[in-house]
Design a protein around this ligand. Sequence first.
Ligand code: ADP
Ligand code: MG
Length: 448
Amino acid sequence: MHMQMDNVDTPLLKLEHISQVYGSGQRSFTAVQDVNLVLNEGEFVALLGPSGCGKSTLLRLITGLQSPSEGRVFYRGGVMKGVNPHASIVFQTFALFPWLTVLENVEVALKARGIPKKMRTTRALDLLDRVGLDGFETAYPRELSGGMRQKVGFARAMAVEPELLCLDEPFSALDVLSAEALRGELLELWTSGNIPTRALLMVTHSIEEAVFMADRIVIMDKEPGRVVKELRVPLIHPRVRKHPKFLEVVDRVYAILAGQTLPEYLELGTAPGEPGKTRSLPHITLNELTGLLERVAEMPNYRADIYRMAEELKLNSDHLLLLMESAELLGFATITQGDILLTSLGETFAEASILARKEIFASRIRRLPIFKWMIAMLRAADKHRLEWEVVQTALELEFPVDEAERQLDTAVNWGRYAEILAYEDNTGIIYLEPSASLAPGAPAAKEE
Ligand code: ADP
Ligand code: MG
């Protein structure tokens, strides 16, 4: 140990005041501005942020595929010049050579690094085995599924035994199941210590993916691209997505992306029956809200004049204000000077698939006191079910009768969309969806 004393404080990678300008003169454009970032040995860091905030640019700078307009990149304490031979990148999709077999596609990368023929085959076979492609060595790319092709890509990137492995949205082109399987395999390789890789840096669009995999999350924003916040993920592997501690970290990331400024108890109020006022839910439907967010997402700079929106969407202005209030309550938008402006989170939501939208929405409403309270009541109830009347009566402690009913109506409507709650019309029973019924503080069960 003592022999490495001078290396103890030297990070594997360090970005110091990095800026990247593209183009020149009048046309010049600052893609990233004054980024400082440290990556230590043993760390898995995720980079999160809206499209265009410069994530891919940073990866190219880190691997030396391009050099910054300003600032310096240090690798093991030395200023980096040219391509970094100790780093490699896994891209979203791989350009495999269609005329080469799986094995040959991996060997090519080793050949490019000047590794002798005999060693190439041994090493390539070993890697294919580790990523779970044993038995497919002689197959051609066209015979493989998307997930398997991506595994070949991983094997190729790891073939050169990079100390620093960068991943640029590596799972986003895969179907849900292949992505999950490959995430598990990467984590297993990494946590087992069976690969020479010393650090991982992964760009992702998915908050859950970042919290699931990384030790630290670096959050960027754009115009100009910059780092706005970093946070540690204090969870051990294997992580369980529905675990309250997991959800807590997810919520913190959402709050940062939503640009939340007020403390939660001021912004969201208290639970029904507790001292303090409960913030009521605006009575809107989710179709209207998603319609509005999608429309604003099409506008330049994700910003639109509120009254022009009202005209265009044929909404009266009272109702539009309710939609605005919902968008703000959920952290999807801010209102300034008569304009609605999407937050990074709102942008992500508007561009997400239906399934991803439900996930985002669920995370956002789970933090609202009225939902926390309902979920807690249902958890405590026999079979996690309660009659509508019972919940409404409890809400009447806080709201007038009519309003209590309307609040419950909206809560059930939102909770159904988020797949947290369900409601049976014929029996008048509200119940928790099984996936939402894990009790807080429950021991980390194995992910099913
Ligand atoms: P991200 O990966 O976060 O989506 P990128 O790093 O790809 O962001 O791009 C950041 C910004 O820089 C975008 O506005 C993009 O259009 C611009 N950009 C990226 N590469 C180039 C380039 N080679 N020349 C000019 N502009 C570029
Ligand atoms: Mg990119």
